[in-house]
Design a protein around this ligand. Sequence first.
Ligand code: LLP
Length: 444
Amino acid sequence: MPHPAALPLDPDPTFAELIAVRPHLSMHAMDGLLMEGVPLNAVADAVGTPAWVLSAGSIRGRLRALQLALAEAALPARVHYAVKANDHLAVLRLVAERGAGADVVSGGELRRALLGGITADRIVFSGVGKAEWELRLALEAGVGQINVESAEELAMLSEIAHAMGRTARVALRINPDVDAGTHAKITTGRADNKFGIAYGSAAALYAHAAALPGIEPVGLALHIGSQILSMAPFRAAYARVAELVRGLRAAGLPVHTVDCGGGLGIGYRDEPAASPAAFAGAIRATLGGMDLQLAVEPGRWLVGTAGLLLASAVLVKTTGARRFVVLDAAMNDLLRPAMYDAWHGIVPVSAADAARPVAPCDVVGPVCESGDTFARGRALPPLGHNARLAILDAGAYGSVMSSTYNARPLAAEVMVDGDRWSVIRARQPLEALWAGETIPDWLA
Ligand code: LLP
């Protein structure tokens, strides 16, 4: 671990650099950090901190860019937004408005997607362990496709669908055994991961599926991991699936669709984000011209950069050589740094703070764990009590992964659109933390 006073070899991007590559953010000399046309100070004054703030314009713009890139590559592909990245109903409404479908992984996400206005025929149900009630719910709702991940699940689905008098449109999720080159905790397409059906047994299972009651095999699916910045693993995985499609068709089995999964990475620090055009190019090079209906399932790329976590400094303390900025936000709010050692940009909300000379400090939360650390040795100006900071790129896998650990209520959520903004989830009242609990009589 570098000494805090040591000069970093690869200096972090400056506040101005972080803001410059995030078009929905800007620094105003008087109003401080703005999201679209809204001063974040005004949001914090009204709802307090910690608070999640999401840019509707950014989400819309990125969905449009992805849809355009797929269309320009002449790919018949629909975007199925991966609901797990941010499952707020307002986000789902935004993507529904632009004709996107959803990729869901639980009965709860399925209900959310429907409530958000995404029609059942545009919903794909993925996941390695769907419970019987979830499969039943999916069939009742009439979801467009169920991505099956094992022979065991296929048998269970056949039985349930047959008993309900329904036919499940099924894609087999293949494990292509490709290393996505991402963090070990979010890689999913290697043979030793729990996900998908082994490449070698997929063809036989597809043929078996075609003979099962209540099952109509329509195609294949894959998802090799998350926060992938290089196109090479996508190309390798899609090439393997294309080969499988050709083999199945040669054996007389119809294959109509391939679900290419998600995984497109974003630039958290200064790494170049995955480009939708390059992604579309990788799909076109491997699966284009095969008369396939295609789907992609991005989560992070659509909503990650759109959101930030607004926090205040509770205090700044110095112990030995280290300076700690203790925030009112913590790992229970944004888990990514603790869980994946993820780097998130941290920018002062006040323009005056952002202009002061910086010195390295550790940015931490108040939770009683050393892992409750947002950044170490981060260059920040001196911060007064209640100085506000924005933790960037928290729109994906942010609020959805929050917990109430240390009896900390779930933070408020706000959506910004141009000059207007609304609270889209009120801060959880403390009483809600124990509202569902009962003390047994026998303890009275
Ligand atoms: N489709 C499937 C089947 C998935 O499992 C996932 C993500 C996606 C699509 C969307 O992937 P994306 O485009 O967002 O990379 N909590 C972690 C990320 C976990 C991703 C799990 N699966 C993080 O904060 O980095």
